[in-house]
Design a binder for this molecule. Structure first.
Ligand code: SAM
Length: 271
């Protein structure tokens, strides 16, 4: 029988966009919009600590360090500024790291950015008290190695946050409508738990409904992002807006998807 790690990898591979659709996409669907993740970080830094933040804070010593894997604008680590003295951000995008450094500096923290894909850059990344990693696991085909390298970089604890289902599964209805393609429903947070246990870790988990911080200033920007994700040209925006219908809403003054179910998953570090 296939291992949980192999099932995870295979299920993620199913999310590949069919070649014929990708070839006619006018813009890459894979680009993470920096403005969106910067706004997520700004709102997260202002908000009360979430359940994931509290799990990290309770393991973080006063003046400690936090490593944020796939940091984006820093939404997972900036809420730790009240106790941390130093943040280390790892991201494969230089633009995201720029947004992260700007925000960490403004919060009065010492910060370091490491550009590259985790776990490839683990060897050049310092060990921290706490490792946080929010909304990145669905980008990690080799989840065992990804998780083990976070474990050996945490003196105290690793805290992961992920949606219960793949973050793009709320577009499955639109893929069917615009391309006649049935998109996958796996892997899920349950599958990630299986991989973590199989890797010899002892993850604990709490599910909750996360207020989705961040979003776009205008509906047009939000629609454009979905249109890019669907590999469609800009002249299809009106149809995409119509198809999204009630699925999008204004929350805290910004356009985005509604709140969604997430899992906070944490385990002990060995760093
Ligand atoms: C969905 S965003 C989440 C950003 C941030 N953690 C948050 O919660 O707002 C995913 C981020 O992870 C980065 N990323 C994806 N795979 C990565 C990898 N293997 N190593 C490092 N960064 C990665 C992307 O560039 C992007 O900034």
């Amino acid at each position: 029988m296939a291992t949980a790690a192999a099932r995870w990898r295979e299920a993620l591979a199913e999310w590949a966009i069919p070649k014929e659709v990708l070839e006619q996409a006018p813009e890459s669907p894979w680009h993470f919009p920096v403005a969106l993740f910067a706004s997520r970080a700004d709102e997260a830094a202002r908000a009360e600590p979430t359940r994931s933040n509290r799990r990290a804070l309770e393991a973080l010593p006063e003046g400690g360090t936090a490593l944020d894997v796939g940091c984006g604008g820093g939404a997972a680590s900036l809420p730790l500024a009240r106790r941390a003295s130093r943040l280390i951000g790892v991201d494969s995008s230089a633009e995201m790291l720029e947004a992260f450094l700007e925000r960490a500096g403004a919060a009065g923290l010492d910060a370091e950015a490491i550009e590259g894909a985790w776990p490839d850059v683990a060897g050049q990344t310092p060990v921290a008290d706490v490792v946080v990693c929010h909304h990145v696991l669905y980008n990690a085909p080799d989840l065992t190695r990804f998780a083990r390298r976070m474990t050996d970089h945490a003196r105290s604890r690793v805290v992961v946050e992920m949606t219960l289902e793949h973050p793009q599964s709320n577009l499955n209805r639109l893929w069917l409508r615009f391309h006649g393609i049935v998109r996958p429903t796996r892997p899920t947070a349950d599958d990630a738990m299986d991989v973590l246990r199989e890797a010899g870790l002892q993850p604990r988990r709490e599910d909750w409904n996360a207020p989705r911080p961040g979003g776009f200033d205008t509906k047009a920007e939000a629609v454009a992002m979905v249109r890019r994700l669907l590999c469609l040209p800009a002249d299809r925006d009106p149809e995409v807006a119509e198809a999204l219908g009630e699925q999008w809403e204004v929350s805290r003054g910004r356009w985005g998807f509604p709140d969604r179910a997430v899992a906070t998953i944490w385990w002990d570090g060995v760093g």
